[in-house]
Design a protein around this ligand. Structure first.
Ligand SMILES: [Zn+2]
Length: 455
């Protein structure tokens, strides 16, 4: 990575605030943006030997910030993989190339919501201290759950830890765990406010903490200046969490008007993380997802769009989150995708959607005013893309259009090839596909025969 003064000139500048784009130059000195517009050109003219980058026909904008990533999951196919196929050392090692892959896709910051074995803090510090290369990170540790668990039902133990979660029972355990994580160095406390049982799926998610427990978490965390993020789907759980003092609501796909009002009143930010559902709904056929499931996810996005829109219009910071770390949301490929979903389903303009992945992203990164907007004085986290994201945000997902990624004034080497990854022993769950019943074989053979007779 190169460090020094650079003038990026003749670019279309999208500043990340949602305001109008313009043709303008950006001058970077050291780790910061020194000037923007004619002042950048004037100052650069006084600097003999300043490097210049001709970005004519290209766009310059803040680097993308992803408000929801699991950097230690290594594109897991499901709970079984995370619970029974992961080891701490290898989980940290696989995160190394995954972090670099995210950075070279234009991601300059992300929120690691919860991590296997509390690894988030170590990864963040390894990046900060130059041990490994990656985007800026804000991290949670173990997700807090009660013994009734989160999305994995009975697979969760009643006590202790499992993969990315710690079970807490009663006030004493809650207080101890929140304090332990704060000592370790988390930037957020992540809580599974709701959870579901496979045997009672039709009833949706239940609130798994009492109000008193949720208040305890927030009180302890806030005493140390640490905000709290909660996985909540139902309207009631969003209201409950806001009232308890939560600072960030994750998902919120079943909100009603009162839940949106609660977000506004308590000034909480909202990270829907719809990319997971959108990828399955729109591209799931490519990986043999069932049409029934695809339809279910499409309906979940469509039915939640109105309340997300309403929250955005009411000034709730709506933040793009990709849920990267699962097999349907692999690192480096989909960090632009939430913007596309916000444009397509929520009716946001591309510039508004970009704001959700830049300026609003800086809130989840806990770097408000320091990154996320292209203006003088901020850290120089930016990207140059050959194309116009204001017309089509999907150009931000095309690696071959990415001309520059800059993190804190240093240009990331986009030319270095990635290592070829081969399967790690016992790392993935084995899957033979569908259950091979005789009728399935017979109908497949019949279809084959019919296909041949047509030719
Ligand atoms: Zn998640």
């Amino acid at each position: 990575m190169e460090h020094g003064s650079v003038l990026i000139h003749d670019a279309k500048l999208i500043d990340g605030t949602g305001g109008p784009s313009r043709q303008a130059s950006v001058l970077i000195e050291g780790e910061r943006i020194a000037a923007v517009g004619t002042e950048a050109d004037d100052r650069a003219a006084q600097m003999p030997g300043v490097a210049s980058f001709n970005a004519s026909g290209m766009s310059v904008m803040p680097g993308l910030i992803d408000g929801h990533v699991h950097s230690t999951f290594d594109n897991a196919a499901g709970h079984d993989e995370l619970f029974y196929h992961r080891r701490p050392g290898m989980a940290a090692l696989t995160a190394v190339p995954n972090l670099r892959r995210m950075l070279t896709s234009g991601l300059t910051g992300f929120f690691d919501a919860d991590s296997l074995y509390d690894l988030g803090v170590d990864l963040k510090e390894a990046v900060q201290c130059g041990v490994i290369e990656g985007p800026r990170m804000a991290v949670g540790g173990y997700a807090l759950m009660t013994s009734v668990g989160g999305a994995a039902g009975r697979l969760m133990p009643d006590r202790g830890t499992m993969a990315y979660a710690r079970m807490v029972s009663g006030k004493d355990e809650i207080v101890a765990e929140v304090r332990r994580q704060i000592k370790l160095g988390v930037d957020w406390i992540k809580v599974h406010v709701t959870g579901s049982f496979a045997h009672r799926r039709a009833e949706g998610e239940f609130i798994t903490f009492t109000m008193e427990e949720l208040r305890t978490i927030c009180d302890i965390a806030h005493d140390f200046g640490i905000p709290v993020a909660g996985h909540c789907r139902s309207a009631k759980s969003v209201k409950f969490a806001c009232e308890a003092g939560f600072d960030q609501i994750i998902h919120g796909t079943l909100m009603d008007d009162a839940a949106v009002d609660a977000l506004v009143k308590h000034q909480a930010m909202l990270v829907p993380a719809l990319t997971f559902q959108a990828n399955l709904a729109e591209f799931g056929d490519a990986i043999h997802a069932s049409p029934v499931m695809q339809d279910l996810f499409r309906r979940e996005i469509e039915s939640s769009a109105e309340m997300f829109q309403k929250a955005f219009k009411a000034g709730v910071p709506l933040v793009c989150g990709s849920e990267s770390g699962f097999s349907v949301t692999p690192y480096g490929d989909w960090h632009y995708r939430e913007m596309e979903v916000f444009v397509k389903y929520l009716g946001l303009t591309p510039l508004e959607a970009i704001r959700c992945a830049t300026e609003y992203g800086s809130l989840v990164l806990r770097m408000k005013g320091q990154v996320g907007v292209l203006e003088a004085g901020r850290l120089a986290d930016l990207i140059v893309v050959d194309g116009d994201p204001e017309k089509d945000v999907t150009v931000l997902g095309q690696r071959d259009r990415l001309r520059m990624v800059m993190l804190g004034g240093r240009q990331v080497d986009l030319g270095r090839p990635e290592l070829e990854r081969k399967p790690l022993p016992e790392w993935r769950t084995h899957d033979f596909g569908q259950i091979l019943t005789k009728p399935i074989v017979e109908s497949a053979r019949a279809a084959q025969a019919a296909g041949q007779s047509l030719r």
